[in-house]
Design a protein around this ligand. Sequence first.
Ligand SMILES: [Zn+2]
Length: 205
Amino acid sequence: MILRRVKSHSQSVFLTFDDGPDPVGTKPVLEVLAKYDARATFFVITDKAKREPTLIEEILSAGHTIGNHSADHAYRHLFRGEAHLRTWIESADQGLRAQGINPVGFRPPAGVLTPHLLAAARASAQPVVLWNERFFDAVIPWGEARARRSAGRLKGGSIVLLHDRQRAARVNKFCKTLDTYLACLEQRGLRFEALTNEICSGVQR
Ligand SMILES: [Zn+2]
C-alpha cells in the first residue's frame, strides 16, 4: 500500500519532516508549527531517535506523529533482497516502538521503491508513505518564491516532503520560509493535520 495524498481530507495539508530528530532543525521547526497550531508527521531515523530522546518527547507531546525512515538512512540497503529489507524495516520499527513510538508507516530513504522493497513492506504490514509535493530542501535552500507558488496551487489532502535536518547556516531561512508557507496555506482555509495509523493503513483514506 503506497500513500502519496489523502484525498478524503480535502481541507487539510499533511506536512512531513524527514531525517531527524535533529539537534539543529527540529526545535525551530516545532516552534513554527506551534505558532499555527499545526500538526505534522516526522519521519525519523531510528539511530538518531535513540540519541535524541528529548526531541522525540517534544515531537509527541506537541501532538505530532512519527513515521519510520529506516534505522540508518543508508542507500546500500535499497538494492538488497526482500528478506534483508524486511529485517531492515522491522528492526527500525521495533527500535521506535521501544521508545514508546507507534510509527504511522515506512518511508524509504529518497523515496526509492523497488519490487523487493514493496514486497518487504507488505510482508511487514507497513504502509509506504511518500508525498506529492517536495522542494529538495535538503539540497538547495527553500526560498519564499517557491513556497508561495506551491501554497497557491497545492491540492487539499497533499502530503508535503520537507526536512527538519537543516544546516545551522540555513535553518533560519528555512523556518522563515516555512512560516510564510503555513500563512499562505492557512489563508486558503487549509488546516495542518498529522498522518495517523488509520490514514496510512487505508482505514481513512
Ligand atoms: Zn531522508
